[in-house]
Design a protein around this ligand. Structure first.
Ligand SMILES: Nc1nc2c(ncn2[C@@H]2O[C@H](COP(=O)(O)OP(=O)(O)OP(=O)(O)O)[C@@H](O)[C@H]2O)c(=O)[nH]1
Ligand SMILES: [Mg+2]
Length: 420
């Protein structure tokens, strides 16, 4: 596990017709033979991901895609569909056109889709070493194209500079460094259960440690069993306790009420998506009745374990709350089922492997179908009476939620630390 994970990288995808030079451009930008280049149209078939440190941009994922004009056959149309699906996670679209091309219908459709999704676009006019067609000249007018030659390497440095300028500074909110102050102590509670990988910590725990260090704060880590001992050992109260959502009840009982408490999954939901919407949606649990359908979605697929959070624990806790059996489906990986409206509630994991754009896209799918979607940590805190306490580290969200629902107004006095 070297380098920044894919979900925390800015996603740059390359679109265009077959043979426009998408793969050549990726190779030129990286200085590596990342993608196969050939004069045969349709060389790239499935999307290809390459995580690189692109100077001067930083850690990015470059995504090569199949030609968007390949819609004459069934398999070609499927490739176009897959290429366009990449737009869901694309932070910056590089639309590559061959400077000798005559038809731009496919590009117009793509640009319209980018505009609809509010995706930033750079148009690249490739093959500047060859003659430019009048049509290409006309089509690119007003589109501020980067004219370059991917195969010769001309104009590549200028494109890198444009890419750097197109990456917003705050394209992704911080994981937790904004809610911790220098010198404070943050206590991390990480159960080591059957699901824990041998010899290492999992992504959210590593991210939390790194963010605490970035905030010039102090991290202390323990398992849930050692939590009372860890608390006793500290001469000052920790400013914040972050726990794995699975042990919320024990941890909430052990951590005094005046210490802020949340979970890794809630932090991830805030960084990757719209936490407030997940918080509002959790009240849909109150309307669940035995027999109702619930969808549990995980962003990464792993082997289900004996006491798996998505397949065993959340279903057990939900059914205990509802007082009867629910029809629960668990989907790993990227896709929601088509029958999303059959579900009364969707529960999504923290999405730490996704980039923010994709998580927001995922939230929009049930939302536009009128189905509430919440998050593992938010749901567990709700079911286990750690709600809305688990939101207090995020004062804006806590305030909004408690104002909307008139929950626990007395608790606001405990937020003095944020109202200074
Ligand atoms: N003359 C010239 N040829 C180029 C340039 N860039 C790419 N090519 C050539 O164009 C052809 C297609 O390049 P690719 O990079 O494979 O194009 P692609 O867009 O990835 O194509 P598909 O994967 O088929 O969709 C190859 O023969 C390249 O050598 C360029 O700047 N100038
Ligand atoms: Mg290609």
């Amino acid at each position: 596990m070297n380098g920044t994970i894919r979900g925390d990288r800015f996603h740059i995808a390359f679109f265009g017709r077959r043979n426009a030079g998408k793969s050549s451009l990726i190779n030129a930008l990286t200085g590596q033979e990342v993608a196969i280049v050939s004069e045969v149209p349709g060389t790239t078939t499935d999307p290809v991901y390459k995580a690189v440190e692109l100077q001067p941009v930083g850690p990015v994922v470059l995504i090569d895609t199949a030609g968007i004009d390949d819609d004459q056959s069934v398999i070609g149309a499927e490739r176009v569909r897959r290429a366009k699906e990449i737009l869901r996670k694309t932070d910056l679209a590089i639309v590559v056109v061959d400077g000798g091309a005559a038809d731009f219908t496919a590009e117009d459709e793509l640009l319209a889709e980018c505009a609809q999704r509010k995706t930033a676009v750079i148009v690249v006019l490739n093959k500047s070493d060859c003659e430019r067609s009048a049509q290409a000249q006309e089509w690119t007018t007003g589109k501020n194209p980067s004219a370059l030659s991917a195969s010769r390497g001309d104009g590549i440095e200028e494109l890198k500079e444009r890419i750097r300028a197109a990456v917003p500074k705050d394209w992704e909110p911080p994981y937790l460094s904004d809610i911790v102050r220098p010198g404070e102590t943050v206590l991390l509670v990480t159960p080591i259960d059957l699901g824990a990988p041998k010899g290492r910590l999992i992504m959210p725990q590593i991210k939390a440690l790194r963010d605490v260090l970035d905030a010039d704060a102090v991290a202390v880590m323990c398992k849930e069993r050692e939590l009372p001992a860890a608390l006793r050992s500290l001469t000052a109260k920790p400013a914040l306790v972050i726990t794995d959502s699975q042990v919320f009840p024990q941890v909430a009982a052990d951590v005094p009420d005046d210490i802020l408490l949340t979970s890794f999954s809630i932090l991830s939901a805030r960084q990757k998506g719209d936490l407030l919407s997940m918080v509002r949606s959790v009240s849909a649990v109150k309307n669940l009745r035995p027999g109702d359908r619930v969808l549990i979605a995980e962003s990464c697929s792993h082997h289900p374990l004996e006491d798996d959070i998505a397949r065993v624990k959340i279903p057990r806790w939900l059914e205990a709350y509802v007082g009867g059996k629910l029809a629960i489906d668990t989907v790993p990986g990227a896709c929601f089922p088509d029958n999303i409206t059959d579900y009364k509630l969707v529960v999504h994991c923290g999405g730490c492997t996704l980039n923010r754009r994709e998580m927001l896209h995922r939230q929009s799918v049930p939302q536009s179908a009128g189905v509430p979607m919440t998050n593992f940590g938010v749901l567990i805190s709700f079911l286990k009476n750690v709600f809305p306490r688990a939101l207090k580290p995020f004062p804006e969200i806590y305030e909004l939620y408690t104002n909307e629902t008139h929950v626990e107004p007395r608790d606001r006095s405990k937020m003095a630390r944020f109202s200074e």
